[in-house]
Every structure is written in C-alpha cells, then in structure tokens.
Design a protein around this ligand. Structure first.
Ligand code: SF4
Length: 331
C-alpha cells in the first residue's frame, strides 16, 4: 500500500477545503470498498479525508414530506428505519439484499453510491483495464464476462454498477445532495451515473472535490407500493446478476404512477424509461406488463456468455409488477 496523508475535518466545509489542498485525495467514510482497493493497489490516493465522524448520520423528516438521509447513515440503520420500511419498502429491501450484516453495519449511504465495480479484472493489476488504467484495453470483453453488462456497454468497458441501494433510489426518483468547492447542488440518482463510453474511468458525474452530504427521498413516492427483487448466485452476500426495483400505483385499474429500474445489467442503475412510458395510463395487468418490459429489454446487447440475464431480468420485473398490482375484483 502506498503512503498517504490522513485528515479528519470538523465540518463539511473543512472537508471540502482539505480535499482542495490535497490533489489526488479521496473521502473516506465506512471504507468497506475503498480500503480493499487501497490494499490491492487499485486506488492510490495522496490523502484520505475522513468524513466518517461528521454530523451527517441523521434521517430527518422535511416539511415538504420528503425524507433526508445523511451521507454517513449506515446501510443497516437506513434499512431498519421505520419510516423507510413503511414509506419506501423497495429501499429497505434493496439494502438488506446487499453485502452481509457486518458490512451493512459499516457501509454508509454516500459510500454505497460511490462503490466501484466488482469486475475482477478491475481489481487485478496484472490485467488490462480501461477503467483502472485508461487506454490499456478491456480484459473482460474476450475474457470471463458472465456477470457483465447487457445494456449501455461500450467497446471500452462492459462493467456493471454493483449497488442495490442505488437501483432502488433511481426508481424512487431520489436526489443526491452534493457540496463542493463551487457550492452545493442536487442531482437525481438516475442522472448521477455515467455510461462507460470512451471514459469508463469516470463512474459518475460528480465534480472534483465534491462530497455527498445526503440523499433526499421525495414525498411523491412516499407510501407508493414498491418492491425490490434480486437474482444472484447464492442466497446472501452476492452481487446482482439481475435485479429490479419497482414503484407502482394503480388507480381504478390504470397505472397512474410507475418507476422501474434494473440493477446488474449496466454501468449504472438502469432506469427503464421505455417500460414506464408504456405503462403510465395503461390498464394494469400481465399483458401490459409483459409488453412494457419487453420494450426496454429489446435494447439489450448481450455478450458471448451473458444472454441469460435478459430473461432473468424480465422474469424478475414481471414478478414484481404483477405482485404490486392490485388483483381485480371478481364480478
Ligand atoms: Fe476494466 Fe471495465 Fe473491462 Fe472490467 S469491463 S476489465 S472494469 S474496462
């Protein structure tokens, strides 16, 4: 492991200033992904700005009915919060489907959003990887890529984003609150992540020195029926092969609110806009769901060894949509 400076700021402002005075610095919170990458030599920061003790660990009700989740709220605390379980069950379920109990106790909301891909070639310094070292190539494309992307990938990179939580947040229309050298801003989770294109080394649209300070769960999706479903190689402690988060409200047999996002299929949580557009205002039911999901997955471009992900994702999505839709009353 390379040497680095360690800074423990007393406020968000101090953290941002410390980052600015240490070019090449990283923010550190739970460390559940970053410390692994430091040990492997994948990440080599000049300094770690430890934000883990900043007062960002509260979940607050805001006057407009939204819920503000501080960036250092632990994944286990967020999953267990009664307001989250009651109003945003998809988020609680997604969190509990990720990692292990010990990791969820340490991992933070902000860190979860910024975790790096688990593509094995990214973590292997002996293999070419455009994400780790731009311009070196992509070992996964002709290598082992059963777990890799089927949507939105590029010649440069076929990695997937590993977070379950981010998939639920995308479907919920959540926003990320950021603080940086040029002030604060908010970005929808669905717009925060990049597709790989020619620059897979950049996972997100975060600007240099910006710190995630909170996630905002909107009032508009509070209490709307929602659920998360994940397919993985074993029952726990495994990343998604394919997952889906669905937010669905049906009134008088017609879909009047819908959010669908897939995980495990792309370089970012994949908001299924084609599916949503087809469903909004349509009569809710198996035929409509099947057609709408097919519209989205028609854009899939499976690789040599991962075509199985398309029916896997489709079946998970149909299962959740049908389960959330109210059963029509028998005449
Ligand atoms: Fe690297 Fe992306 Fe290729 Fe994996 S898929 S080896 S992360 S460039």
């Amino acid at each position: 492991m390379n040497g680095f400076a360690y800074v423990r700021p007393g406020s968000v402002q101090e953290a941002v200033e410390a980052h600015a005075t240490h070019p090449g610095a990283h923010y550190l919170a739970g460390g559940t992904n970053l410390v692994d990458l430091l040990k492997l030599g994948v990440e080599r920061p000049t300094a770690l700005i430890d934000v883990g003790r900043l007062p960002l660990d509260r979940i607050e009700d805001l006057p407009d009915g939204s819920l503000r989740v501080g960036a250092t709220v632990r994944n286990s605390d967020l999953a267990a919060d009664p307001r989250v379980r009651d109003r945003y069950p998809v988020l609680s379920q997604a969190l509990l489907s990720g990692a292990s109990g010990q990791l969820r106790n340490a991992a933070t909301t902000g860190g979860n959003l910024l975790q790096r891909t688990r593509c094995p070639y990214f973590q292997d310094l002996d293999k070419p990887c455009n994400k780790r070292e731009p311009g070196t190539g992509c070992a996964a494309r002709d290598g082992v890529h059963r777990d890799h992307a089927v949507l939105g990938h590029s010649d440069s990179c076929i990695a997937t984003h590993p977070s379950d939580m981010a998939v639920a947040l995308a479907a919920l229309d959540a926003q990320i609150e950021l603080q940086g050298p040029d002030g604060g801003r908010r970005v929808p989770v669905a717009d925060f992540y990049r597709l790989p294109g020619e620059h897979p080394e950049r996972d997100t649209w975060i600007r240099p020195g910006e710190l995630i300070t909170a996630v905002l769960l909107p009032a508009a999706t509070a209490g709307v029926p929602s659920a998360y479903r994940k397919a993985r190689d074993r029952a726990s402690y495994a990343f998604a092969l394919a997952s889906v988060a669905v937010v669905l409200r049906v009134a008088d047999g017609v879909v009047d609110q819908v959010g669908v996002a897939f995980g495990g299929l792309a370089h970012r949580p994949w908001r299924a806009r084609h599916t949503e557009l087809a469903l909004l205002g349509a009569p809710a039911g198996p035929d409509a769901f099947e057609g709408a999901v097919a519209l989205e997955l028609a854009h899939a471009e499976p690789l040599r060894d991962n075509a199985y992900k398309v029916p896997l994702a489709r079946n998970r999505a149909l299962d959740v949509l049908n389960r959330l839709a109210p059963t029509p009353a028998v005449a």
